[in-house]
Design a protein around this ligand. Sequence first.
Ligand SMILES: Cc1cc2nc3c(=O)[nH]c(=O)nc-3n(C[C@H](O)[C@H](O)[C@H](O)COP(=O)(O)O)c2cc1C
Length: 338
Amino acid sequence: MELKHLPKAWKRGTDFLGTRYAIMCGAMTWVSESTLVAAISNEGGFGVLAGGNMPAELLAKEISDTREKTKNPFGVNLITVAPAFKQHIEVVIREKCPYVFFAGTIPSGKDIAEVKAAGSRVICFAPVLSLAKRLIKQGIDALVIEGNEAGGHVGPVATSVLAQEFLLNIREVPVFVAGGIGTGEIIAQYLSLGAAGVQLGTRFVAAEECVAHPRFKEAFIRAAARDAMPTSQFDPSLPAIPVRAIVNEGTRDFNRLQLTLLNQLKSGEITREDAMVRLEEFWIGALRRAVVEGDVEHGSLMAGQSVAFVKRVQPVREILDELVAGAEGALARIAGEN
Ligand SMILES: Cc1cc2nc3c(=O)[nH]c(=O)nc-3n(C[C@H](O)[C@H](O)[C@H](O)COP(=O)(O)O)c2cc1C
């Protein structure tokens, strides 16, 4: 399809990423490995490896495997609170990875400076405008804003509100919008507001090239938007970060664990830090159980509300084509052409 409007509308994003499309597939633990990442980048999008929970040697291998499968740019996502975070930084520096994403918490100025000094571009997630401004001062190269509709760990604010707050106030660096994006038509709206591009996760889970278990994909195909719910925090003494997932027995396992840990915390059997680590370990293990082993009952089915737009298993090429056609058509309508 010949594109008339999109190349201009997302030029800042495509220039930054070095891609045909300013569409990123966000890192998804256990899901975003070399095959999916390379497929996204080969088809004109931008894949991001989920490095956060890997041992450092495996991360280095995944980077080199991805480089064998694509010559196009891709990113590496690191989680600042992961036990091996410091080793991960050493890996991305040694491997000269051109795009490094920091997720989890806000990275330190030192981490940003170290990775930038090695020649990488640093991309961060910012939950509030003031933190975004601080990160920009510290030299980050781009921002992702991710709304509450997204799959996985989520903040409290909707994508539509974050988009207005950030896109109307930040010009210094490209801003990519994530959370709840299922169609090209909505991509066009965020681009019109000033987004450089977008990041999707949930829609790419059902990609043919995605290694997730067929039962995991099937659960996404069956689910409606309202099935993907965030977990609740039972008590502020244990500040459990909400995780959005398709509700199943795994959700209830998480709730039971939270109650047990709260009791242990009250009786002094466990520290708050240890309890937080146990909660995060739960998610990593439960997600693996669902994605790798196909246990869709007790495993975690992390998914965004955009799961409503996952209708069947499709090749990455087809998903991107649909998104691009939808966005181009919407921009043409905005321009009054049809
Ligand atoms: C199964 C799953 C796992 C995820 N794991 C991570 C992760 O490890 N690191 C991260 O930064 N974001 C993670 N995310 C968030 C995605 O990168 C992306 O920002 C999000 O899916 C976008 O919203 P959407 O789900 O509505 O498309 C995950 C999302 C899903 C659905």
